[in-house]
Ligand binder design. Structure first.
Ligand code: NAP
Ligand code: ZN
Length: 346
């Protein structure tokens, strides 16, 4: 076993505090990564607070992990010590179901193994990236280019792939009007990818103060969704809405902004079910869809695309000791646009 030190929530009502634990012994196909940076995803907060389902405690969150390979198992082929590496939201899957065989391990029919708050195949809970090192099977580790700023790459491992994957799946690009709903960690990556893919991008935000910053990210239009006049001005406008909102919101109002045949794609995961009127769909043959992260191959494709097109996340680096305050700021939408933990402060 290898010693690891991290920050954990001991219960859903506790703040994160220092916690020492052990990583498994390196298997033949495992690599060990010295973690340099870890992004702070809203899913971390949902999970330590049991918003979705009862979690496994102590919980060490973090699934936007970048660092350096420090050890490789005897049969590892894809990585060498000293190379940069990344780990996203999952660290294993069954590998034999149709979805795993199709490279969409995120939809593993037997359940993928989450990077944290999951149960490893060895029956030991998984612990995430708010820690100094991690041991992962090489098949679930990503290559990271040294061309980009490493801390700004970390959020690509979740916020990046979660927005890249649906935009690719629905082939969003030139000639499409895309609305990005919610301008946070996921939303700002959706704007960057939407613009890069050639779509006409509108940000739908509750925060009037984000307009200038949204335009600086490349967004072509900005609508304050709480302003009735502005909201009415985009009725029947969009081919796609990519919904990144983390809290309850009025789906029926946003469905009214879709054109006929438009698709509302949910990636945000509020804890309560959406209330959708059948008439909001029937009126224009509209669809509501969902999308979860992305497969390993597609995550690598996204990272390579970002390296080629110089795309990274806009980040605010934090000391781990400021994590509780950072969660509070994230809840208020007060982050431009992703907190990233400098893991050397753990
Ligand atoms: P985030 O940085 O907190 O951004 C969420 C944004 O939603 C906020 O910045 C805010 O943007 C908007 N918002 C918040 N409350 C709202 C409300 N009541 N009504 C309307 N808009 C509101 O969070 P994130 O890290 O991007 O994550 C977003 C969601 O995606 C979370 O639920 C997370 O768990 C989920 N997620 C899903 C996947 C997946 O695979 N599907 C992967 C990662 C994360 P404005 O200020 O612009 O309104
Ligand atoms: Zn995430």
């Amino acid at each position: 076993m290898t010693a690891a030190k991290g920050y954990a929530a001991q219960s859903p009502t506790a703040d994160l505090t220092p916690w020492n634990f052990e990583r498994r012994e390196l298997g033949p196909n495992d690599v060990q990564i010295n973690i340099a940076y870890c992004g702070v995803c809203h899913s971390d907060l949902h999970q330590i607070k049991n918003d979705w389902f009862p979690g496994i405690f102590p919980m060490v969150p973090g699934h936007e992990i970048v660092g350096t390979i420090i050890k490789t198992g005897s049969s590892v082929k894809k990585f060498k010590t000293g190379e940069l590496a990344g780990v996203g939201c999952m660290v294993d899957s069954c590998r034999v179901c149709d979805n795993c065989k199709d490279g969409i391990e995120q939809y593993c029919e037997n359940g993928n193994v989450g990077t944290y708050n999951g149960m490893g195949k060895d029956g030991v809970p998984t612990y995430g990236g708010y820690s100094d090192n991690i041991v992962v099977h090489e098949d679930f580790v990503l290559h990271i280019s040294d061309k980009l700023s490493l801390p700004a790459v970390a959020p690509l491992l979740c916020a990046g792939i979660t927005t890249y994957s649906p935009l690719r799946h629905w082939k969003v690009g030139k000639g499409h009007k895309l609305a990005v709903l919610g301008l946070g960690g996921l939303g700002h990556m959706a704007v960057k990818f939407g613009v890069a893919f050639g779509a006409d991008v509108t940000v739908l935000s509750t925060s009037a103060s984000k307009e200038e910053a949204a335009k600086a990210l490349g967004a072509h239009h900005f609508i304050v969704s709480k302003d009735e006049v502005q909201a009415a001005s985009v009725k029947n406008s969009f081919d796609f809405i990519l919904d990144t909102v983390s809290a309850e919101h009025d789906m029926n109002m946003y469905l009214g902004m879709l054109k006929t045949n438009g698709v509302h794609i949910c990636v945000g995961a509020p804890s309560n079910p959406h209330k959708i009127s059948a008439f909001a769909l029937i009126g224009g043959r509209k669809s509501v869809a969902g999308s979860g992260i992305g497969g390993i191959a597609e995550t690598q494709e996204m990272l390579d695309y970002c390296a080629e097109h110089n795309i990274v996340s806009d980040i605010e680096m934090i000391d781990i000791k400021d994590i509780t305050e950072s969660y509070a700021r994230m809840l208020k939408g007060d982050v431009r646009y992703r907190f990233v933990i400098d893991v050397s402060t753990i």
